[in-house]
Design a protein around this ligand. Structure first.
Ligand code: AR6
Ligand code: MG
Length: 301
């Protein structure tokens, strides 16, 4: 079954809102000061960062080509790159190499020989579940999209954790059902160990504190230290307002915008667009237009 308009807009706008509203709280004092200077549009709306940019690139590429073409997507990522969006250092270098003409297969392993294990592939993977309703096709698309900038197995599995979670939320699985499925999907031990912790908390209806979450799951820029954090926080806040989830993520600190983008996409998928806060952010209409394009695409025979 194709996802509803509420689910599609909820996922994409949830991601962008988490990103834009979380961005002012990311990093240390210098990064926050810089974002204070450059993080608002001329109309006074919060700007989003590389998380939303790469998600839009991914969806716009699929809508333009009619399928996921990794070379087209790699070139789109590269041409959209701007340092002001706050890309990860390794991803920035990879995208500059692709822009200079290097093929993405080589560029992806030029900085780290096994590829990046940052969370940059996971942060954009949620929306793939809107395009690919079948699990096998979703897994393939998630891997293809990840490999362009994040070839490391941990980054790919982090991306799968987020795209498959979105897939299960579209099917309206409960948190315990979702985690039972994910525990069979995830094979990287670093992520698997964290999934076990989340499962224990959710099954016992235990509400972990920000200190416990940061200590046991992490709040960093790697897939390992952020994907399970975002998933747990989203599941724990499914029946609470989006703003409450966001302030909890801010309390956890670290890579706030990306954890909020991943959790925001999951929360928005489960609760729908109408439940999101009505806050204007950069290019709001463009985000809605892309969501409508996804809706038309998902209804094609
Ligand atoms: N070996 C050593 N360090 C690594 C490796 C590796 N194989 N892979 C990643 N790192 P990157 P991202 C470290 O640059 O995932 C932005 O704000 C290294 O310190 O691929 O695209 C995004 O929005 C590297 O710089 O970035 C995300 O929030 C860092 O992990 C966040 O940054 C991130 O990997 C990560 O974005
Ligand atoms: Mg980020």
């Amino acid at each position: 079954m194709s996802p509803s308009s509420e689910q599609i807009k909820g996922c994409l706008l949830g991601l962008a809102l988490g990103d834009a509203l979380g961005a002012p709280y990311e990093g240390g004092i210098l990064e926050r000061l810089l974002w204070k200077m450059i993080g608002t549009t001329t109309e006074g709306h919060p700007k989003w960062t590389d998380d939303t940019q790469m998600t839009l690139d991914l969806l716009e590429s699929i809508l333009e080509v009619g399928e996921l073409n990794p070379t087209h997507l790699a070139n789109k990522f590269a041409s959209s790159y701007r340092w002001r969006r706050g890309y990860g250092a390794g991803t920035a270098k990879i995208l500059k190499r692709i822009k200079a003409g290097e093929c993405f297969q080589i560029a992806a392993k030029a900085i780290y020989p096994n590829g990046s294990y940052g969370n940059g592939a996971a942060m954009r993977s949620s929306v793939l579940a809107l395009i690919y309703p079948h699990k096998k096709a979703l897994i393939d698309a998630t891997k293809t999209s990840s490999m362009i900038t994040h070839a490391h197995p941990l980054a790919i599995e982090g991306a799968l954790l987020i795209s498959l979670s979105t897939h299960y939320l579209l099917q309206q699985l409960s948190p315990t059902q979702l985690l039972a499925q994910l525990n069979t999907d995830i094979h990287q031990t670093a992520l698997g160990k964290r999934l076990e912790i989340i499962t224990q908390w959710v099954v016992a209806s235990y509400e972990a504190t920000p200190t416990e979450i940061v200590h046991l799951l992490g709040n960093g820029v790697t897939a390992e230290s952020s994907c399970c954090t975002a998933l747990y926080i989203a599941l724990a806040h499914l029946h609470h307002p989006f703003e409450q989830m966001l302030s909890f993520i801010i309390q956890c600190g670290g890579d706030v915008d990306t954890i909020a983008a991943m959790a925001g996409a999951l929360w928005g998928t489960a609760n729908g667009f109408s439940k999101l806060p009505t806050v204007m952010i950069e290019d709001y209409q463009r985000l809605l237009n892309v969501a409508e394009g996804v809706e038309r695409f998902s209804k094609l025979p």
